[in-house]
Design a protein around this ligand. Structure first.
Ligand code: RB5
Length: 145
């Protein structure tokens, strides 16, 4: 499974931690930046990761900014990107189970490394449940046309 990861300055340290965590588990991770804690604009990185997911370069994306809010808003403007802000594992569980999210968004200024690891593990170990949720997700996809 290939994953693209990106952050702004406020998510940089958590991005580095999560990237190394995923690599230690043998996953292929494409780092789309940023590369330091120097101030940058989060939409730039949201677009890169969302487009990687949308064009099939990767199966999933992970984005982090201070709160996760800006990254969520920006990524969801890209057709085919379904970004869900998950502040703890239960949110990640339902982001996959009910919403079929393909981008996990986390908050660099609100989440510690262990909470982020557990949230990532839950997101990637949960499958979409389908059924009535297929119809609901389909209704969202119709907004794109
Ligand atoms: C940067 O200060 C902050 O606004 C950004 O990381 C993010 O939280 C925006 O939603």
């Amino acid at each position: 499974m290939r994953i693209a990861i990106g952050s702004d300055h406020a998510g940089f340290e958590l991005k580095e931690h999560v990237k190394n965590y995923l690599k230690s588990k043998g996953l292929e991770v494409i780092d789309e930046g940023t590369d330091s804690t120097e101030s940058v604009d989060y939409p730039v990185f949201a677009k890169k990761v969302a487009e990687d997911v949308s064009n099939g370069k990767v199966e999933y994306g992970i984005l982090m900014c201070g709160t996760g809010l800006g990254m969520s808003i920006a990524a969801n403007k890209i057709k085919g990107a379904y970004a869900a802000l998950c502040l703890y594992p239960t949110m990640a569980k339902y982001a996959r189970l009910h919403n079929n999210a393909n981008i996990l968004v986390m908050a660099g200024r609100l989440m510690g490394p262990t909470l982020a690891e557990e949230t990532v593990d839950t997101f990637f170990s949960t499958n979409f449940s389908g059924g009535r949720h297929t119809r609901r997700v389909g209704e969202i996809k119709e907004f794109e046309n």
